[in-house]
Design a protein around this ligand. Structure first.
Ligand code: ATP
Length: 452
């Protein structure tokens, strides 16, 4: 659905995601827990498809990008060196009237260099929960890292952190990846994994959560190439979002100004997506200079330089970091795919997800539960599962109309109906999700037809 058309509401997406088994509130039977979500059968598969698409595009098919899977809990010194222990803070404030806690930069709509500037701006600002203007307590900063402790005792020595981003583990493995792969600049290290942030006000469904997955690349380059490589990565990222089905009309660039940019970053850009609640960051792409490698070199005492054989000297590479969150991508993909159509006077909801991203590729639907139809349908299911990479679902409950509607709502591109004629002519009907066209195909030609 184009942003220029009437945009789908967040409530509609939340309700579809729950009703159709994409996303559930975590521990829903206990009333849920703020900022955490569970992925149901279709959400888990869709997330896996997106992660596989990313890994295929940026690791498996790129000779100079190497995969990594580092531990979630690292030596706390890593987060001291990266600046997260001292500086991973967001300004927050409490409304005196209703006690809602807010991130101040979100309330005032911009980032400021200091807390005093925030305090004066807040005098004019309405609480988004109770509507009172300017009734706020003191602006405080709050570290967003989740703490845990290692071992049997809980004291300052045993403190550890759940990683707030996957990048730390990449920098800490820079020298080992370099040594084991014999990489030459430019080269990247990529990983997909969980990150945890104790967000002050998680909200907007999957957009701001406290546990999420990141897909991050640290792309190490010669310092003089950093600007050019940043431009290159901006283009690559934008193009990939189209491949996984995001509506380009809903994408826009946002360049960080000095107040917003991390002090060490030379240049930072976000690809924003026009979510139902506004245009917000989906994918951050930054030139982080040599800050991280130098900081970890200093923190660990380990030499994290690269020997430049042309210049015949050790240099500290610059790094370009494209970093995207899986849950924000899922939300954008659902939003781009959601379509309502009128068919014969009735509303049809269909998720026009991109090829390979929808949780189910093919649904096998025997017209009735008669054993002779079940037998053929099961045989087709088994053949497709063994001969192709397609994700196949078998469904024989409810009327065929309801089953089509269900498959449309989870975005299944093709449905195969096995009917009584199949027993005579060894052919089945393939129904296309987007055009709803039906065509008859011989069972023996089915695999080829589905892979075309
Ligand atoms: P924001 O300004 O929205 O808090 P950020 O600039 O702190 O985001 P980064 O640190 O750049 O985010 O993280 C890289 C990516 O990780 C983001 O572009 C986003 O896709 C994802 N991400 C970050 N925080 C969250 C979160 N709380 N929930 C879901 N995804 C997140």
């Amino acid at each position: 659905m184009s942003q220029k058309e009437e945009s789908v509401s967040l409530e509609t997406l939340v309700s579809l995601a729950k009703r159709r088994g994409f996303v559930f509130p975590a521990s829903g039977i206990y009333g849920g827990i703020f900022g955490f979500y569970d992925y149901g059968p279709y959400g888990a598969q869709m997330a896996r498809n997106l992660k596989d698409a990313w890994w295929d595009a940026f690791v498996r098919s790129v000779p100079n990008i190497h995969g990594l899977d580092s531990a979630i809990i690292q030596n706390p010194k890593l987060w001291e060196a990266s600046g997260h222990v001292a500086g991973f803070n967001d300004p927050m404030v409490e409304c005196k009237e209703c006690h809602a806690r807010h991130r101040v930069d979100h309330l005032v709509g911009k980032e400021m260099d200091n807390l005093v500037d925030y305090t004066s701006l807040l005098k004019e600002v309405k609480c988004t929960v109770c509507g009172k203007i300017g009734q706020y307590g003191e602006v405080k900063t709050f570290n967003m890292m989740f703490k845990t402790s290692i071992g049997a005792t809980e004291d300052s020595e045993s403190i550890a952190y759940l990683r707030p981003e996957t990048a730390g583990g990449i920098f800490a493995n820079f020298d080992q990846v370099l040594e084991t792969t014999r990489a030459k600049l430019p080269f990247g290290i990529a990983q997909i994994g969980k990150a945890f942030r104790n967000e002050i006000s998680p909200r907007e469904f999957l957009f701001r959560v406290r546990e999420f997955e990141q897909m991050e690349i640290e792309y190490f380059v010669h310092p003089e190439d950093a600007e050019k490589e940043l431009e290159n990565w901006k283009q690559i990222a934008w193009d990939w979002l189209k491949v996984v089905g995001l509506n380009e009309d809903n994408l826009e660039w946002h360049q960080h100004d000095d107040a917003e940019k991390a002090h060490y970053a030379a240049d930072s850009w976000d690809i924003n997506y026009a979510y139902p609640f506004g245009s917000k960051e989906l994918w951050g792409i930054a030139n982080r200079t040599d800050y991280d490698l130098k900081a970890h070199s200093e923190g660990s005492g380990k030499d994290l330089t690269y020997f430049d054989t042309v210049k015949n000297e050790h240099i500290t590479p610059y790094v370009i970091e494209p970093s995207i969150g899986v849950s924000r991508l899922i939300l954008a993909a659902l939003h781009s795919a959601y379509t309502e159509e009128e068919v014969k006077g009735e509303k049809r909801v269909v998720l026009k997800l991109a090829k390979g991203i929808s949780p189910v590729d093919v649904a096998i639907l025997p017209l009735s539960k008669k054993p002779e139809l079940q037998k053929v349908a099961h045989e087709i299911y088994a053949k497709l599962v063994s001969d192709t990479d397609l994700t196949v679902e078998y469904d024989e409950t409810q009327s065929i109309g309801k089953r089509y509607r269900r498959q449309d709502e989870i975005g299944t591109p093709k449905c195969i109906t096995v009917d009584f004629e199949t027993l005579e002519d060894q052919a089945v009907t393939i129904r296309d999700r987007d055009t709803m066209e039906q065509k008859r195909v011989k069972v023996e030609a089915l695999t080829a037809a589905l892979q075309a």
